[in-house]
Write a protein that binds this ligand. Sequence first.
Ligand SMILES: C=C(O[C@H]1C=CC=C(C(=O)O)[C@@H]1O)C(=O)O
Length: 398
Amino acid sequence: MKSSPPSNLPQHLTRDWQSLWQSSLYMQIPVALWRLPNSTEKHFIAQRTGATKQCYPNLAELKSGFVVSPFHNPELQQTYFIESQIHLSSLRGCLQGEALLEAWISEINSTDTSGALLPQFTENQDFSNKNCRQKHLDLVTKGVQAIQAGAFEKVVLSRQKFIDLPENYDVLTLFEELSQAYPNAFISLFSLPSVGVWLSATPETLISTNENTHTFRTVALAGTQARHDKPLSQTSWTQKEIEEQALVCRYIVGCFKKIRLREYTETGPRTVPAGNLLHLRSDFEVDMLDTNFPTLGTTMLELLHPTSAVCGMPKIPATAFILENEGYNRGFYSGFLGPVNFEGQSEIFVHLRCMQLFEQKAVLYAGGGVTADSDPEREWQETELKCQTLGKVIEKTF
Ligand SMILES: C=C(O[C@H]1C=CC=C(C(=O)O)[C@@H]1O)C(=O)O
């Protein structure tokens, strides 16, 4: 990706972001790139000094940076924080850390980073999609049986999909292509040394807070179908999908109740596009000043994650079922991530439609909400459709 020349920097700092990205892999520097929904501005931050922290994401205390959480993160203590020591904007140039940036660039000029490598794939030696379908059908069947036996009402069950990529494929080109293909998604790429490199185009806000307007927002997203050409208002949803999404709303309202927050607005559900898919979405908004709840962002982050859109209802038995039965580690899929404390705003998203990147390979992740009426074959098809959000862009790019 080529950034626009920063207006306030000398020419030698206007080189494209490619060399910074390449060097961050080579020099093990934590970095994050993102583009917010419906925005054209891209951001690049790097933490040039100090170890990456794992900490409780208290928005009132954190500096500007990027949080990344795995799915399984009891009490949120395992959340990674990439501190913004250097901040570049594709539209506004270097917003922070000019001296650090200059020093980094002179280091790049004197280092050969051409051998910079993405992590090697080692976790699963045979890297194959063999038996994937059958395994997912069995998993969903087991989930439906557990629901029918009364263990829980809903569980979100997921899988991985392995994809081969060309040698030395360009990660930033993929980031750019995703940004163009999905204007209303949150596009992000992060690299945490010895943890991994992940790229995603997620449609789901987890929490959004704005200190300037005192607003807190969250959404309930669920129900999936392939996108059609008709007007969105002509979309029909099955009873199963309507109930699935209503459960996510109920979960959010339950979180508000736990903290005795009654003044919120709820709009929807309405049909929203998400790349090649359509979902049902309800929007919730709270005025943090009127409700005298300045720390609502952190409180709700802790209460909401993992929401019923990625875990299930009730949360505890659904989590236990996922951890016992999915048969793989979700890692950062269905965790949360996003920029915090930039110009008074924090925008944290549920990490969906994501993939982990390796040398010549990617691992895609997708899941779906399972209820008493779920049909295993349809659930499998739904995960295939969800993988297509990234899959289509990969095919087009390489
Ligand atoms: C769990 C995923 O999607 C969630 C968000 C929207 C719709 C969903 C569904 O229809 O099941 C899921 O709850 C995923 O994309 O992997």
